[in-house]
Structures are given as structure tokens and as C-alpha cells.
Design a protein around this ligand. Structure first.
Ligand code: PXL
Length: 270
């Protein structure tokens, strides 16, 4: 009998060191039983110690890469990571609008690397909000990104502040928002989901490891993979958080490079 894959397309940047970006996304899709497709927006030169250089690809290449895949293969979910530029964002938005079947789109609102390198200008952030947010099933800012996207002066810290940030981001066009608390203080990592007008909180133990490079990429890809396989947004967030926690735990036992190492995406297969 012929079988069909659940497919997930990542539109993101390449991280040659394999912990984040396209490489993390494809490993996550594979680990969670999905067939991964990719459109590359930018090529970063980086290792576990940081991002050295970014080459943003021409939007024409994004149109071309996306076009041939979409013309041939049905896409069950889309994850968007590093977009690269204002022009790329506008291009990606128009491609998504024309995608058959309206698959769920998960947007990881990456504004910079954890090492402090900025990926988008203020204008590009505005364009992302206007063009991409309305097309998404979920956006996944961390606390710092949530402050920028919600227009808050301070990084939200309390439950009330985080819920307020999620609500402001939702008003600005995203239907659902997951504010990730992984960078907060405390022994737990608590994420706040605003979905269908109500808040739910997901808490997991914080893993004591510096091998955290690509955690955000991995979480948004895992959510996309679970949605491709039929989970609704809250279920997918719960399943994805469990996977990320387990991959962080497994990755904590290894050392790779001299900086922040990766999660162990394929721990279930080894
Ligand atoms: O973790 C955010 C991120 C996403 N995508 C690419 C990256 C990074 C961080 O460095 O390089 C390609």
C-alpha cells in the first residue's frame, strides 16, 4: 500500500554548525516522523561560539526554491525562522498566501542571535508584523522578542506582564502567540500560550546545560511537525515542549565545540 508522509516546510537560514536554523529544523522534523522540506533564506557563517557573518539570499531565489517544491509536493505545515530582510519577508508572505490547502504557519519571530547579533531592522520587524503575522497559526517570541513586538519598555517578567505582552502581540495581527519563558529566572521554563482568546501555561523543568543553541528553532519546528500530523495548537505546544526538554536532557551529556552546543535532536533513534 502506498503511504503518505506528513510534510513540513522550513523557510529559514542555514547554520553550518548544525545546532540551529535549517539544520535543526530538518532534524526535528525527522525525529518527529515528518518529511522535511526547506527553503533557505540566508547562509550564516557560525559555530557554537556565535554568528560571524550572514549572507542574505536574493528574494528571487526564495521564490524559485519555494515555487518548485510547492508545485510538486503537498505541504502540511510551514515553519518560518530567520527571514533575512524586509524584501524576503514580503516575498515569503506572498508565497504563503498562494499556498494551496492553507497549512498552518508557525513563525519563530527571531530578531537576533543569542550572542547579540541583530537579524532584522526595525522597519523589517514592522513589515513582519504587518505582512506575516496575519498569515500565521502561531508566533513564538521569547521574552526579549515579546517586549519588542508588544512595544513594551521592559522585558515582561510576571504572569500578568507576560499575558499582557501576548495579548498586545495578538492585537497586532497574530491569531495565537506563545511567549517562551526559557530565558526567565527560576527552576522552571514556563511558556504562555494565547490561543482562541484564552491563556494557558506550560511548564517544564529547566535543564541545567549550556547546550541550548537552537532551542527556539527546535521548539517551533516541533510544533509545526505535530500540527502537520494533526495536533491542534495547544496539543502541539505540549508535545513539542516535551520533545525539546528530552532533547536538551540528552544533549547535556555531550560536548561539541567550544561554546554553546546543540540539543540532541535524534536521541530517540540512537
Ligand atoms: O536561534 C536563532 C537562529 C535561527 N536561525 C539561524 C541562526 C540562529 C541563531 O544564531 O543562526 C540560521
Amino acid at each position: 500500500m502506498v503511504q503518505t508522509y506528513s510534510t513540513v516546510l522550513t523557510i529559514a537560514g542555514s547554520d553550518g554548525s548544525g545546532g540551529a536554523g535549517i539544520q535543526a529544523d530538518l532534524k526535528t522534523f525527522a525525529a518527529l516522523g515528518c518529511y522535511g522540506l526547506s527553503v533557505i533564506t540566508a547562509i550564516t557563517s557560525q559555530n557554537t561560539m556565535g554568528v560571524e557573518e550572514i549572507m542574505v539570499l536574493d528574494p528571487h531565489s526564495i521564490v524559485s526554491q519555494f515555487g518548485v517544491i510547492a508545485a510538486d509536493i503537498a505541504i502540511d505545515a510551514v515553519k518560518i525562522g530567520m527571514t533575512g530582510s524586509e524584501e524576503s519577508i514580503i516575498t515569503i508572505a506572498s508565497l504563503i498566501r498562494e499556498l494551496p490547502g492553507n497549512p498552518p504557519v508557525i513563525l519563530d519571530t527571531i530578531l537576533g542571535s543569542s550572542g547579540g547579533k541583530t537579524f532584522l531592522t526595525d522597519k523589517a520587524i514592522t513589515v513582519m508584523r504587518e505582512e506575516l503575522f496575519p498569515l500565521t497559526a502561531l508566533v513564538t517570541p521569547n521574552l526579549t522578542e515579546a517586549a519588542v513586538l508588544a512595544g513594551l519598555e521592559n522585558i515582561p517578567g510576571t504572569i500578568e506582564e507576560i499575558e499582557e505582552a501576548a495579548a498586545l502581540i495578538s492585537v497586532s495581527g497574530a491569531s495565537s502567540v506563545l511567549v517562551k519563558g526559557g530565558h526567565g529566572t527560576g527552576t522552571h521554563c514556563s511558556d504562555c500560550l494565547l490561543w482562541n482568546g484564552s491563556f494557558s501555561w506550560y511548564s517544564s523543568e529547566k535543564i541545567d546545560t549550556s547546550n541550548t543553541h537552537g532551542t527556539g528553532c527546535t521548539l517551533s519546528s516541533a510544533i509545526a511537525a505535530h500540527m502537520a500530523k494533526g495536533s491542534d495548537c495547544p496539543q502541539a505546544v505540549k508535545q513539542a515542549k516535551e520533545y525539546v526538554t528530552d532533547a536538551l536532557k540528552a544533549g547535556a551529556a555531550y560536548r561539541l565545540g567550544h561554546g554553546n552546543g546543540p540539543l540532541h535532536h535524534l536521541f530517540r533513534l540512537w
